[in-house]
Structure formats: C-alpha cells, structure tokens
Write a protein that binds this ligand. Structure first.
Ligand SMILES: Nc1ncnc2c1ncn2[C@@H]1O[C@H](COP(=O)(O)OP(=O)(O)OP(=O)(O)O)[C@@H](O)[C@H]1O
Length: 286
C-alpha cells in the first residue's frame, strides 16, 4: 500500500537535548499508535509531522507533498488535522465558533459550506447539542471532543492526535476510542498515547519511541509476541526479573528470563512494550 506519510532520518535537537534521532517511518491508512515513556520524543515527532516545528535534519512527505518549502507546506497543512497535547481553546468561544474559527484558518472560505462542515464535524463527535455552549463551561472530556472536531474539519487525510485520552474517565475514554476508530476508517491516524490499552483496542500498527529513536515498528500482536516465554508468575517478586509487580490476586507478574519450570503467562502488549524499553536501556517500572 502506498504510504500516506514517509519520513527519512528526522532529527531535532533542543540545545543539547536530542529529542529525535534519525527517525524514519511510513504511515498507511488506519490508526498507528506511538508509545514511549515521558521525554521519548513523541510530542516532538508529532509536532514535526504536523509542520508545527521544523526538523534539523531529515525529510518527510504527506501524500507526496514535501513541507520543506512554503508551497509544499501549505499542501501538507490542507491535508492535515492536528489535535495537540494542550489544545488552545478560547473559553469564550462557543463550540461552534471555535470550530468555525479553525475552519477559517483552514481556508474554508465559502461561509455556507463552511458552516455545514462545522455542523458535520460537531455531529461526528456527538456534540450537536452543545454547539452554542461556551467552551469554557464544558467538561474536560467534552472540550477534548471539540478539539477533535476542529482537527476533523475539511476531512484531513492525515490526522495527528497527541495523547487525546489522557485525563479522561473510563467512560469518556471508551467514547473517545470509538471516535478515533471511526476517524481511522479510510484515513491515516498517528496516535500518541501512554495507554497500551488504546493501542491494543485501536491500532493496526504500533511504533515504540525511546530517547528519540524508533525501537519497535510492527503490529500490536508482534509487540506482545516479543514477550513470549518471558512472562511468568511467582508468589514473591522473582530476583532475576527485569521488571515485576504485584498483581491484584497477590502473586507477582515477572518479566525477563524465567527460571526453569516457571509458571509462564500469556504475554500482553504491555509486557512486550516494557521489555522493548528494557532492551533499549530505558528504565522500566520496578
Ligand atoms: N521546547 C523545548 N525546549 C527544550 N527541550 C524540550 C522542549 N520540548 C521538549 N524538550 C525535550 O525533548 C525531549 C523530548 O520531549 P517530548 O515532549 O517530545 O517527549 P514526549 O515523549 O512527548 O514526552 P511526554 O510523554 O512526557 O509528553 C525531552 O527530553 C524534553 O525535555
């Protein structure tokens, strides 16, 4: 399948901090999850791909358009929807006014067509009833949906979502997952998250980033399979485990190289993720 996004050797430094180090990737339609610990470079990568920050080195294209020049950047932005980590929603705007404002920035100049599009995206995220409410008076989860509606304006082919489910209660998180799954039908979505459940439920592909480098690129099942034969239970924390924690039933779940005769467990995506970080030399939860 022709990739929507192709990136080669993207690097970005903040002073001496190397936030991205030679990142190459290809994104195809469907939801790709981007997992990584705090400071891994996820937001930086999303900002680069959303043309909000230029890389120091490397190139990328979105549907063949190269954003390094002004004309290409405009073409990329026309095909892009971006939900940043902290969307700057003006509290005095109504939900409609905010999304309309974003639609104007996205160059939807015909007023009637633009208003139809604003109503369409607000309906898509289930906010038809709160169109006229001030953004500042909405709950955090509803506000996040307004920001998602704004990202969906103009039917972008490439949607960049930076930790959209953080801070949501379980019901809102499920609702948001449904919206993201719907958004991922027929378009390319890159979803940064700390929630391995988001990835297990939504993603056809997952990238693991640590220290600005891609440490894994494959399917969620392949990430879980990395931990096959390397997860076991024991009454006490196993001394040789790379990581381990007490489970709700009082036993311990251990990751690493099991001792002979260990009681092996079915690996999860989270097990594969934690072992990938461990192999990358990133600190794993004790
Ligand atoms: N504006 C900035 N100035 C200086 N350093 C920065 C800046 N933004 C990010 N960094 C550094 O770049 C690295 C990558 O940060 P980034 O925010 O991309 O990581 P992240 O994976 O999104 O983290 P988190 O999960 O905590 O949001 C970190 O070391 C961070 O401290």
């Amino acid at each position: 399948m022709t990739p929507t996004v192709s990136a080669f050797g993207l690097s970005l430094h903040y002073g001496r901090t190397r936030a991205l180090d030679e990142v190459s990737l290809r994104l195809t339609p469907g939801v790709t999850g981007l997992l990584g610990p705090n400071g891994a470079g996820k937001t930086t990568l999303l900002r680069v791909l959303a043309t909000a920050a230029p890389a120091d080195r490397g190139t990328f294209t979105v549907l063949g358009h190269d954003p390094s020049g002004a004309a290409g950047r405009r073409e990329v932005r026309r095909r892009l929807g971006y939900l940043p980590q902290t969307p700057g929603l003006h509290p005095h705007f109504t939900a409609f006014e905010f999304v309309d404002y974003v639609a104007i920035l996205k160059e939807l100049t015909d007023r009637a067509a633009r208003h139809r599009e604003v109503r369409r995206v607000l309906d898509e995220v289930g906010l038809a009833d709160v169109r006229a409410r001030s953004v500042g008076k909405l709950s955090g989860g509803t506000r996040r949906r307004v920001a998602l509606a704004a990202a969906l304006v103009g039917e972008p082919a490439f949607l960049v979502l930076d930790e959209p489910t953080v801070g949501l209660d379980p019901e809102q998180r499920m609702r948001f997952r449904e919206l993201i799954a719907g958004a991922g039908e027929g378009r390319t979505v890159l979803l940064s998250t700390h929630q391995t459940e988001d990835v297990a439920m939504l993603c056809h592909r997952v990238l693991v980033l640590a220290d600005g480098t891609v440490r894994f690129d494959g399917t969620p099942a392949e990430l879980a399979a990395r931990a096959a034969g390397r997860v076991w239970s024991s009454a006490e924390r196993a001394p040789g485990a790379r990581a381990g924690w007490r489970t709700g039933t009082g036993g311990h779940r251990n990751l690493g190289d099991p001792p002979p005769g260990a009681d092996l467990l079915e690996p999860t995506l989270e097990d594969g993720y934690l072992l990938t970080l461990d192999e990358a030399g990133t600190e794993v939860a004790a």
